[in-house]
Design a binder for this molecule. Sequence first.
Ligand code: FAD
Length: 472
Amino acid sequence: MSEHSADFDALMRTLLGERGWLTEPADVASHGRDWLKRFGATPLGVARPATTEEVAEVVKACAAHGVSISPQGGNTGLAGASVLSAGETGIILSLSRMNRIVTIDPVDFTATVEAGVVLEALHARLADQQLMFPLHLGAQGSAQIGGLIGTNAGGSHAMRYGMMQDLVLGLEVVLPDGSVLDGARALIKDNAGYQLRRLFCGAEGTLGIVTRAVLRLYPAPVARSTALLALENLDAALQVGAFLRSRAGEFLTAMEFFNELGLGLACKHVAGLVPPLETRGPVYLLVELSTSIPKIELDAIVEDALAACFEAGTVLDGAIAANEAQRTAFWRLREEMPEGQRLEGPQIKHDVAAPVSRLAEFVAAASAAADAVLPGIRVNPFGHLGDGNVHFNLTPPEGAADFQGREDALSEAIYNAVIAHDGTISAEHGIGQAKVALADGYRPAAERELMRQIKRAVDPRQLFNPGKIVRW
Ligand code: FAD
């Protein structure tokens, strides 16, 4: 250890104590690499402050020693944003010890929580209070509120409740100079200036460290109606989706799509999955309505809408879940898409989005472009029809062991297609290290320059997560 880092180490130990400053390789290892084990570097240590004041002290100490900071929540992010870049001299600042649910307010419909609260713990706490925080995702057993804010997480219910930026009313944030921005207010209307809280949603820890958040709650649903439909193609799914929106209004909570290939891979590799409809695809739509009002007949709304769709010929087959077990079985089909594809072998994933109206057009264009690069490639697009977010995933042609060195050309074809359809190269997983060069390449010049200016203004010394989101 150099003299410089020995001083720093001693300072951190004094500030945080033994529990709050980890340097043993065994303790540091899991924090040093990202979820997908693609990115990371060994940090000088892992700081685990227990209070906002300690976070501020750590930030000041790092600033004084020229040490960068990667804020970290559950480390489930998929873009390499919560770990150091190769060659970086920095620390991980884990919010895990700041995990108190401070208040639940049933009048404001808010929860005030520390940044390290795990999403599932918040769900559990609300379960017996007829309240709900409407963000649900596969990583909810580990992902923390600070990380969800950092990535502006989405998930399956974003079409009804929005992304994290729509669920955050107020934030307390430690800034790169160690000062504390106290904006943890429970106001729906607050136009007293720039919407600063939004700046930190999706900022991937590059502008500030969230220490506390005031989150928006909703009444818990008392009833759901869930249907699985088979359709001719994605165009038909869009038509049905638009029709359901007009018929089901605010009750429509999720519309998820997948195709025959994805269903086949999931059923082949994941135990217990069975295609529930007699008619096979080629495209499937999972639709869910929910309500907190006991007297609303959701099944009747779905039945009426589906009858009209059958009559119009837009739906080939369909079933409404008769009970909770069947509902879970329908959802599992969708949720096991990634696992089915992973177990099939090599894959390339793209988290992209297009305007809902252009989704089918985009998927067709991107599929053709991928096939032109590698004939026979298996295209497995699935995702959130209600908000246009597609996980445009690829599997090698039947019988091929890999992508024959065409990975970059394939990704380029997909990203060019999504941009040509007024879409985005990152929908819900963010930019991090994984896409920073790509994003800078695709961003319009004015957007790129404004992002750089914001970063320079807030963090002139590049202390927080340097090299993530936007390059200097
Ligand atoms: P981390 O991975 O620890 O950090 C993510 C980013 O936030 C980093 O840039 C980090 O520096 C920053 N950060 C962490 N804490 C703070 C803080 N306190 N203040 C400021 N910045 C901070 N994402 C979706 O949007 N929708 C999905 O449906 C979805 N499904 C997933 C399913 C699985 C199985 C997995 C593994 C991931 C999934 N994700 C999904 C991605 C991931 O779960 C989310 O990005 C989540 O928001 C990350 O939370 P985290 O606490 O793990 O954050």
